[in-house]
Design a protein around this ligand. Structure first.
Ligand code: 0T9
Length: 378
């Protein structure tokens, strides 16, 4: 495995034991150095934009049904980046930095055709808000995400709290909306020292036109015996008549299955393993970044991890965390509270409510249902 010396194995075992005592929030745990990622959780929303062509193509759908298929294809094509990239590139899942309040991650693709804005809107519990927009195509995605974690003997279970709202401007000037819910994940492979992610249960994409995608996830050893498997149905309304059935893996091929309209059975819907389908986000050089931007703020910590100088990394991390604590104290002393710089909290977003209601369940995050990008008082 990663590092089989007895000393490291003992350390890892004691880390796993400390997990058992942790309730809900993994962000505060001190993980062994070799499991640390040199980047922050605020970078993760960039995975939504990586299959940028598929995102843009949503606007080319001519009917609600075509667009529901295109939104579903883009969603599925983001998953291997979101959940297997780090394991693929480094041999195991890694623990990202826990973002500080107000931390930003700003990036783009294709010289600004697709723009990403991320802001950490809460530190305790950690909540990240993001906005992804292709203005030319009239498509945007606004979302927020948080995690609820629990630990069992064999794995870490993570419930994603939060959702995305995807908006498409149609030729007639109206807007179509899609509510995107997020899958649950398990972190397995802990005892072998090579943690990896598997998705479980169900997530949904509810269109404002009434069509629903229901994505059921399974992994090795269960129904299919293959890892990273999904069965997706596109129905008119949740539980309504099935228009399309899609099965396969979200890391590889997905095909139309029975029942599917228009004799589509057997046709390939998506091959998520195609090279070049996902492009990493471009960010400004660190010297040009603002002081709240993630890679600038975490620079010394990241360098420490990358060079193996973990003392330097943890010193830099403490310095950052202490400065943050001091900021909160200063705010309190001045009778102020921290103000978000990029996002506004929307307490009762009507579109979110309508779509969540159509799904007949609530995906609610704290006292507000949405965060909208583009603060007026920046
Ligand atoms: C939103 C995504 C999320 C973030 C990560 C659980 C996790 C933090 C949250 C849910 C993205 O859109 C999708 C992908 C991966 C998720 C991460 C996987 C993971 O392990 C971490 C947690 C906090 C840890 O780092 C635990 C330590 C672990 C590597 C070994 C014990």
């Amino acid at each position: 495995c990663c590092d089989c010396s007895d000393r490291n194995r003992r350390r890892w075992t004691s880390f796993l034991k400390s997990l058992a005592g942790a309730t809900g929030d993994l962000s505060s745990l001190t993980a062994p150095s070799w499991i640390l990622a040199p980047f922050s959780l605020t970078e993760f929303p960039s995975y939504w934009g990586e299959p940028k062509e598929m995102f843009a193509a949503i606007a080319d759908g001519k009917t609600p049904e075509e667009r529901q298929l295109l939104v579903t294809r883009w969603f599925l094509s983001t998953l291997s980046g979101q959940f297997t990239r780090r394991e693929k590139e480094t041999g195991s899942e890694k623990k990202p930095f826990n973002p500080f309040l107000g931390e930003q991650f700003l990036g783009s693709w294709d010289g600004g055709d697709l723009v990403l804005n991320v802001e950490q809107v809460s530190h305790h519990p950690p909540i990240t808000a993001y906005s992804l927009e292709n203005k030319k195509k009239g498509i945007s995605l606004e979302g927020n995400c948080a995690q609820k974690t629990s630990f069992s003997a064999r794995m870490i279970s993570v419930k994603q709290v939060g959702h995305g709202l995807l908006r498409v401007k149609l030729a007639d000037g109206s807007t179509e909306t899609y509510l995107i819910t997020l899958p649950k994940l398990k972190i397995e492979g802990l005892w072998t020292g090579k943690p990896y992610v598997e998705l479980t249960e169900t997530s949904y994409i509810q269109g404002s036109h009434g069509l629903t995608s229901t994505i059921k996830y399974s992994g090795a050893g269960w129904v299919s015996g293959t890892s990273h498997t999904h069965t997706t149905t596109i129905t008119s309304g949740p539980g309504g008549p099935t228009l399309y059935t899609l099965t396969g893996t979200w890391t590889g091929e997905t095909k139309f299955h029975k029942p599917s309209k228009d004799g589509k059975e057997g046709h390939v819907f998506l091959d998520a393993s195609v090279d070049g389908m996902r492009e990493k986000v471009t960010v400004r050089p660190i010297e040009e970044q603002g002081e709240h931007e993630s890679r600038r703020a975490w620079k010394a910590v990241a360098e420490g991890i990358l060079s193996g100088d973990y003392d330097a990394a943890s010193q830099a991390k403490s310095a950052l965390e202490n400065a943050e604590r001091q900021r909160r104290r200063d705010e309190q002393a001045a009778g102020k509270t921290f103000e978000l710089r990029l996002f506004d909290k929307v307490p009762n977003d009507p579109e979110y409510k309508r779509l969540a209601h159509a799904l007949k369940f609530k995906v609610r995050l704290g006292p507000w249902s949405a965060l909208s990008f583009g603060r007026t008082s920046r």
